[in-house]
Design a binder for this molecule. Structure first.
Ligand SMILES: NC(=O)c1ccc[n+]([C@@H]2O[C@H](COP(=O)([O-])OP(=O)(O)OC[C@H]3O[C@@H](n4cnc5c(N)ncnc54)[C@H](O)[C@@H]3O)[C@@H](O)[C@H]2O)c1
Length: 365
C-alpha cells in the first residue's frame, strides 16, 4: 500500500490518501481510526453501484457501520442542483442528521456532487472519497474542490471541502471502459510532463499492459496522485503554483467547448498537450527531441489520434483572452524542459492559431 499525506488547510492536521489493490475490501477497517459517525451513506452512480457497491457495503458493515446506498444516474447530468436537492431530501426522509457521514463511490461526477453536498448538508458532514475512475484517482478526488454545474456553465457552484480520507483501489479500473481509461491517462501524462520525467518513462515502457500489471498501475497512480497532492498542498486556492496543472487544458477546454462537449475531455486535453509541446518548442526553449518524445507518447497512449473536425475560429474564440492586453495575448502553461513548467503570460494569438492549424485541426505532428 502507498500513502500520501495531505494537509488540512487552516488546521495543524492532515488527512491520508491510501493507494493499494484490494483496499475497497478493507474500507470499514480503514475508517475506524477516523471516529466517524456509525451511520454512513454511500453515494454512487447506478452503473458503479451495480458493479462495485455490494462488496464495499459488506466491508463497511463488517467493521460495525450502518451503510446505506443512494444512487444517481451516471454522467455529467447528475452534477446539478436538482440532483443535489433530491439527494438531500432523500437523506432527510431516511432520517439522516448531523451525525452521519458520506462516502463518494464513483468517478469525478459522484465525487464532486457528494463532496459538494457533504459541505453544505447540515452545515457540513464528513466525507470520504473512494474514486473508481482513473481520472478521479489522480485528479478529481484530490484537492478538495467540489462543484455542480449550472445551465450557464460547468462547476459554477462549488466549495473547497477536504475529505477525511481518500481510498484508491486500482482494482476498480478492471471494469472501466477504454474511453474512460484514456481520459485518466491524459491526466497521468500531464502530471509526468509538468513534474515527473520518470513517470513518463514508466508510461512509455508500460503502455499496452498498464491495466494488466497491478503493481505498475499502483505505482503510476501513486506518482500522478502525489503530483496533484503536492501542487494543491502548496496552493489550495489556485493562485500560483496550481496553475501548472492547466498544462494542455487551456486549449483543451477551448476544443471541448467548440465541440459542444462531444470531444471527450481526455482527448481534448491530449490535443491541448500536443499544441502546448509545440508552443513550448517555439517559445520556451523545449528541445525538439523532448517535444517529439512527448507527442509520440501521447499518441502511443491512444490519445489525440484522430484530428477533431472543428472550426478553428470557434476554438480560438473559446480561448480565455487576457482583457487587459486587448485580447491579443494568452496565458499558457509551457515546458522549458520535460518536468520544468513555465507560465507564458504573453503567448501571441497568431502563433496559437498557427499551431492549432498545424498540430490539431490540420492533423499533422
Ligand atoms: N474536483 C476536481 O478537482 C475535479 C478535477 C477534475 C475533474 N473533475 C470533474 O470530474 C468529472 C469527470 O470525472 P470522470 O471522468 O471520473 O467521469 P464520471 O464520474 O462521469 O465517470 C465516467 C463514467 O465511468 C463510469 N464508471 C466510473 N467508475 C467505473 C468503473 N470502475 N467501472 C466502470 N465504469 C465506471 C461512470 O458510471 C460514468 O459513466 C467532471 O464533472 C469534472 O468536472 C473534478
Amino acid at each position: 500500500m502507498r500513502e500520501i499525506l495531505l494537509p488540512l488547510p487552516g488546521w495543524d492536521e492532515s488527512y491520508r490518501l491510501l493507494i493499494g489493490p484490494g483496499l475497497r475490501l478493507n474500507l470499514g477497517q480503514l475508517l475506524v481510526p477516523l471516529s466517524l459517525p456509525r451511520r454512513l451513506f454511500l453515494v454512487s452512480d447506478r452503473k458503479v453501484a451495480r458493479l462495485h457497491a455490494a462488496p464495499v457495503v459488506k466491508a463497511l458493515k463488517a467493521a460495525g457501520f450502518a451503510a446505506e446506498l443512494l444512487s444517481v444516474p451516471p454522467g455529467e447530468r447528475s452534477k446539478t442542483w436538482a440532483v443535489a436537492q433530491r439527494l438531500a431530501r432523500e437523506l432527510l426522509a431516511r432520517g439522516a442528521d448531523r451525525r452521519t457521514a458520506f462516502i463518494a463511490l464513483g468517478g469525478g461526477v459522484v465525487g464532486d456532487l457528494t463532496g459538494f453536498l457533504a459541505s453544505i448538508f447540515m452545515r457540513g458532514v464528513p466525507c470520504v472519497q473512494v474514486p473508481t475512475t482513473l481520472l478521479a484517482m489522480v485528479d478529481a478526488a484530490i484537492g478538495g474542490k467540489t462543484a455542480i454545474n449550472l445551465p450557464e456553465g460547468k462547476n459554477l457552484l462549488g466549495t473547497f471541502y477536504q475529505p477525511r480520507l481518500v481510498v484508491i483501489d486500482p482494482e476498480f479500473l478492471g471494469t472501466l471502459p477504454p474511453a474512460e481509461r484514456r481520459n485518466g491517462l491524459a491526466e497521468v501524462a500531464k502530471a509526468g510532463f509538468i513534474r515527473d520525467p520518470e513517470l513518463l518513462q514508466r508510461l512509455e515502457t508500460g503502455r499496452g499492459r498498464l491495466f494488466k500489471d497491478r503493481e505498475e498501475l499502483t505505482e503510476i497512480i501513486y506518482r500522478a496522485a502525489a503530483i496533484k497532492a503536492q501542487v494543491v498542498a502548496a496552493d489550495e486556492r489556485e493562485s500560483g503554483l496550481r496553475r501548472i496543472l492547466n498544462f494542455g487544458h487551456t486549449l483543451g477546454h477551448a476544443l471541448e467547448q467548440a465541440s459542444r462537449f462531444k470531444l471527450p475531455h481526455g482527448q481534448a486535453v491530449a490535443f491541448g498537450m500536443l499544441a502546448a509541446l509545440e508552443l513550448s518548442r517555439r517559445l520556451a526553449g523545449l528541445p525538439a527531441d523532448e517535444a517529439r518524445r512527448g507527442s509520440r507518447l501521447i499518441r502511443d497512449l491512444g490519445l489525440a489520434r484522430r484530428p477533431p473536425a472543428l472550426d478553428p475560429q470557434a476554438v480560438l474564440a473559446a480561448l480565455p483572452m487576457d482583457k487587459k492586453r486587448q485580447g491579443k495575448d494568452l496565458v499558457f502553461v509551457l515546458l522549458h524542459r520535460i518536468g520544468e513548467p513555465v507560465i507564458q503570460e504573453d503567448t501571441p494569438l497568431p502563433l496559437v492559431a498557427e499551431v492549432l492549424g498545424e498540430v490539431i485541426i490540420g492533423g499533422g505532428g
